[in-house]
Structures are given as structure tokens and as C-alpha cells.
Ligand binder design. Structure first.
Ligand SMILES: [Zn+2]
Ligand SMILES: [Zn+2]
Ligand SMILES: [Zn+2]
Ligand SMILES: [Zn+2]
Ligand SMILES: [Zn+2]
Ligand SMILES: [Zn+2]
Ligand SMILES: [Zn+2]
Ligand SMILES: [Zn+2]
Length: 335
């Protein structure tokens, strides 16, 4: 059996399996050692894994709706190397490329594509690890690892076994492909690679890596975490009115940390009373009060003493509860 592959001028011959008689060779597609079946032009020393041979020359990727990705045999840039937009490692061999500067290893393009098709058999075979239960064997690498979808620490929640080579939270596999959000009511937001390098409209911070929820024509993007923040909360320290997540065109002190907000910051706000709270941190709340100083980055410790400890605990609990119950809503019905 032989075939003509776009990456090589000669026909490639099928090799059933690579035994000891063949010296170790690397796949020209992914750079990894060839094992199992492959296609090869032995004269030229050109080998491709069967899976790399079968990778489509053009891919319609659900996380990049604007254009198709094209499989190139080499780095598309005249100067510099390309970095994979999924795993962030350099792409030295074949690369799925889009002219808006997106690049992926073959396996990263295929794996991220299969994230969109949840329930995929690929994910059933990978074990899920709960960091709260599985506390042994946590390497330094795992402690530093971040999820390829949200770029938050991997050990924050249940994750897929790193044996699969991909760092991914189980919850990030289950993200809806499309949401509606009150901040952009004109169009739905799609889970996409952030090819336009848009900053998040809630926290104003950029995110180059991983996924964002975005409306590409309007250049509107939200981080995964920011998209899940409740847009309205009831708060024991301000019982008269609910607090609404919104951009505020005044500089007012946050009622927890007393730090003055910047112009047009998105905060929890009661416009009647001019009551402002910074957005809580996106992570599940730590046990109080020990971890407060490091985790509550923006709202820190109620250092200037306007709020007594017990009330402060109440506030944090309420915001935390609201966040965990709100989750995603297709219609942003939290408000
Ligand atoms: Zn390969
Ligand atoms: Zn050849
Ligand atoms: Zn990659
Ligand atoms: Zn593109
Ligand atoms: Zn994640
Ligand atoms: Zn954000
Ligand atoms: Zn839009
Ligand atoms: Zn009020």
C-alpha cells in the first residue's frame, strides 16, 4: 500500500510496524519517535506516523470560526519560530496555521478539536484526578501546571491525567460552546482561541493563551472565569438594594478594601447609594481567614477597619455562594 502525501515528492509506503530491525527514526510531522505503523519514503528517510499522515490538510476548527487552519510542513515565519497556541511549546515540524497568527501542533489541533465534541471516546479513556483526594505524587511540575483552556492552576479542580500530555480541567471540557451575556446582548459569545488578542471586557486584562468567550466581529471578549461571575448579587452588608455588575464612570472606594476604583472599572455597584465592591477573586473561596491576604488580591484584608470580621466573612460567603450557583446561563438569567 502506498500513497502520495502533499508533504513529500515521492509516494509513501505503508510500514505495518517498526520492529528492532529498523533503526530509530522520527516522524517528520510531529517530531516524535516513530512506533507502530507509519508511512515512509525510506530512500529519503522520510517517515510519518499513520495518525500524522491522516491529519487533514485543512481543518475547520470549532474554536476558530473565522478561518480554516492549513497544515504546513514547516514554520510559516521567515523570522522566528512559531509557538503552539494550545500547549505553548515551539512548533518545529508540521504546523496547523492560520494567517491570524494561530499555530498548533498536529496533536494539539486534533485534541482541542475533540474538546468541542465532548463525549468523545478519547476523553473516556483518560482518568480524571481530584486534587483534593489524590494528594500524593504531586510533582513540582504539576504544581506549576496551568490548564490549557483557562490558564488557571491545574490543581484548582478536577483535571485529566497529565499522562495524556495535555493539562486540562474536567470543568473546562464541559464549557458550553456558546453563551449569551448581559454585557453583549447583541450577539452570542463563542468559545474561541483568542486570535485577536482581545482584552477581557470585565477585568480589562489581556489573555493571549487558551480560550475566551468572544464575539469576533464586535471585538468583544470575556475570560472564561469572568463570563461566569454573577451579574447581580444580594449582599448582607448592603441589604437595601442588589448590587449589579457594571462599569462605573466614577472613582469610588471599594467598601471592602477601601481602595479607590479606576474610571470605568467593572465592579458590583448600587447606583442609588453609590456603593461599590470590587469583583471577588475567581477561585473558590479559601478557608477564612487564614488565606485571605494572598488569595483576595483586589479586595485584600479589610485593613482600614470599616468592616468588622464577622460581617466581612458574611460578605465573602455570599459572593462565593452566588458565584458557585450562577454557573453558565444561556440567557444570562442571573439578572
Ligand atoms: Zn507523527
Ligand atoms: Zn522521498
Ligand atoms: Zn501544541
Ligand atoms: Zn484565522
Ligand atoms: Zn481550565
Ligand atoms: Zn477577565
Ligand atoms: Zn457582537
Ligand atoms: Zn443601595
Amino acid at each position: 500500500m502506498s500513497l502520495q502525501h502533499f508533504s513529500h515528492q515521492h509516494p509513501l509506503v505503508f510500514i505495518e510496524s517498526h520492529g528492532h530491525e529498523i533503526e530509530k527514526v522520527n516522524c517528520s510531522g510531529c517530531g516524535k519517535l516513530v512506533s507502530g505503523s507509519s508511512f515512509a519514503c525510506v530512500e529519503c528517510g522520510f517517515y510519518l506516523h499513520k495518525q500524522c499522515t491522516e491529519a487533514p490538510a485543512e481543518m475547520d476548527h470549532p474554536f476558530h470560526r473565522n478561518h480554516n487552519l492549513n497544515l504546513l510542513t514547516r514554520n510559516p515565519y521567515k523570522i522566528g519560530t512559531s509557538t503552539c497556541d494550545f500547549c505553548q511549546k515551539p512548533c518545529k515540524n508540521f504546523v496547523y496555521h492560520c494567517s491570524c497568527n494561530l499555530n498548533f501542533h498536529i496533536k494539539c489541533a486534533l485534541f482541542s478539536h475533540s474538546i468541542a465534541e465532548k463525549g468523545n471516546a478519547e476523553f473516556q479513556d483518560i482518568s480524571r484526578i481530584d486534587p483534593l483526594i489524590n494528594t500524593g505524587n504531586v510533582t513540582e511540575e504539576l504544581k506549576k501546571a496551568e490548564c490549557f483552556a483557562c490558564w488557571k492552576p491545574l490543581l484548582d479542580s478536577v483535571y485529566f491525567s497529565p499522562n495524556c500530555g495535555f493539562y486540562l480541567h474536567a470543568k473546562c471540557l464541559d464549557l458550553p460552546a456558546e453563551i449569551n451575556h448581559i454585557f453583549h446582548q447583541e450577539h452570542p459569545l463563542f468559545l474561541q482561541f483568542n486570535s485577536q488578542r482581545l482584552s477581557c471586557k470585565i477585568c480589562q486584562k489581556p489573555q493571549r493563551r487558551g480560550f475566551v468567550y468572544c464575539c469576533s466581529p464586535c471585538k468583544f471578549a470575556l475570560h472564561i472565569q469572568c463570563a461566569t461571575i454573577p451579574t447581580k448579587i444580594n449582599q448582607p452588608f448592603h441589604r437595601k438594594h442588589p448590587l449589579i455588575l457594571q462599569s462605573v464612570d466614577e472613582c469610588l472606594p471599594c467598601q471592602i478594601c477601601q481602595e479607590t476604583t479606576n474610571l470605568n472599572d467593572v465592579v458590583y455597584f448600587c447606583s442609588i447609594c453609590k456603593f461599590v465592591l470590587h469583583i471577588r477573586p475567581r477561585m473558590p473561596p479559601p478557608p477564612l481567614p487564614q488565606l485571605l491576604p494572598s488569595r483576595y488580591r483586589r479586595c485584600g484584608v479589610p485593613s482600614r477597619g470599616t468592616i468588622k470580621g464577622a460581617i466581612f466573612k458574611d460578605i465573602v460567603k455570599t459572593i462565593a455562594a452566588a458565584t458557585t450557583t450562577a454557573a453558565f446561563s444561556r440567557h444570562s438569567d442571573v439578572i
